[in-house]
Design a protein around this ligand. Structure first.
Ligand code: ATP
Length: 357
């Protein structure tokens, strides 16, 4: 597949602050990409650089093979949907959506026809005569979307477009937007700080941190095999267990309780962090008075049991570290604070990040 967007070595500084640090990214035609990361990591700055609203200090941005680095925003073959919708309050919905085609020289009749098609696509076929103030937030967001797709851009940029909506509507819109994107075949670059939103919609997720791309991959890949400690902690919940490689053997020693585990993963660094997800821990209570045994498991004392709707989180003190185990449903009666438990897991579930500290 041909790349619709190529970003090479893009840098942006604001005074002493580096907002983008040598960012490289290639987006394929028809791909849904989420830029995900904590507040201030540079997501919006990257989106604005692609859109042409700010000039990078270094690097190159190409759309469909054409270098657009020096092209002003309005001449780039893309559209942007903003968080605040940015609709014209004095125009009705049909004229809001027809505005782009009119500017591109279409007659009023032709522009209205295209606008009606776009409104039907976003599920608002009969709302053309209304004004933005007469619509709900969700409806206004659909109008903003119609206004962007009516121009048939090669690339659509979306800056947290669902963040003003309540959770239920937001979830529904996430799926609608994904289905719409699939049927249009337009590449989407979508900024969000919500990992669930990124996982729901994106073909690939770009995890950003402090102006850099930490990892690019499909949601499950990023969750199962985080490239860095930052990604492991940012995506879902992670227990990070320091390890050392056993020289000459396919095995590692966990610093916690010195337990030795086999390990199939190729390792470059002599030490690092093993990522263990809470749902991969099988927890069993050790009978009072019994001495915990077994080399291939950890042992600790429960400090907290937290019931969260469909699952339960159990915090366990192991030496000087607290690990979290996740149980489906309610915890068994004997899983209470103060009890000693055995934490067993399949060593194949450990994901090792070499060199992390
Ligand atoms: P959020 O999720 O909070 O919107 P973000 O990841 O989109 O965060 P950016 O808006 O890209 O973050 O900002 C990245 C960094 O650059 C932040 O530290 C921000 O304060 C800084 N920054 C952004 N725009 C400017 C500007 N015009 N002048 C100075 N600093 C800026």
């Amino acid at each position: 597949m041909a790349a619709i967007l190529s970003i090479d070595g893009v840098c942006k500084r604001f005074g002493a602050h580096t907002a983008l640090d040598r960012v490289d990214l290639t987006v394929e035609q028809g791909e849904f990409i989420a830029l995900l990361g904590p507040s201030g990591c540079g997501k919006t700055t990257l989106l604005r650089a692609i859109a042409g609203f700010l000039a990078p200090d270094a690097g190159r941005i190409a759309i469909a093979g054409q270098d657009v680095s020096r092209l002003p925003a309005h001449r780039r073959p893309l559209n942007t949907v903003f968080q605040n919708y940015a609709l014209f309050p004095h125009l009705n919905v049909l004229d809001n959506v027809a505005y782009g085609p009119r500017r591109h020289g279409l007659s009023k009749r032709q522009a209205h026809e295209k606008a009606r098609d776009a409104l039907a696509m976003v599920g608002l076929p009969d709302m053309g005569a209304r004004y933005p103030r007469e619509m709900s937030g969700g409806q206004q967001q659909r109008v903003a979307l119609a206004r962007a797709i009516v121009n048939e851009p090669k690339l659509l940029l979306l800056d947290e477009p669902l963040s003003a909506l309540d959770l239920k509507l937001r979830r529904r819109m996430q799926l609608e937007l994904k289905h719409l994107q699939e049927s249009l075949g337009i590449a989407f670059v979508f900024v969000t700080h919500d990992q669930e939103e990124a996982m729901t919609m994106a073909d690939r997720i770009v995890v950003m941190h402090a102006g850099r791309i930490e990892q690019i991959g499909q949601g499950p890949e990023i969750y199962r095999a985080p490239a860095t400690q930052f990604v492991a902690e940012f995506i879902g919940e992670a227990n990070l267990l320091p390890y050392r490689r056993v020289p000459g053997e396919a095995a590692i020693t966990l610093m916690l309780q010195g337990a030795v585990f086999p390990c199939a993963q190729a390792l470059d660094a002599p030490s690092g962090m093993a990522v263990l997800r809470p749902e991969d821990i099988a927890l069993s209570v050790v009978a009072p008075g019994a001495t915990p045994t077994g080399e291939t498991a950890l042992h600790g004392v429960i400090t907290d049991v937290i019931r969260i709707g469909s699952h339960t989180l159990v915090h366990v003190r192991v030496d000087d570290q607290t690990l979290t185990a996740r149980l489906a449903g309610a915890a068994p009666e004997d899983v209470v604070a103060g009890n000693t438990v055995r934490l067993a897991f399949d060593p194949a579930q450990l994901h090792l990040i070499g060199g992390a500290q």
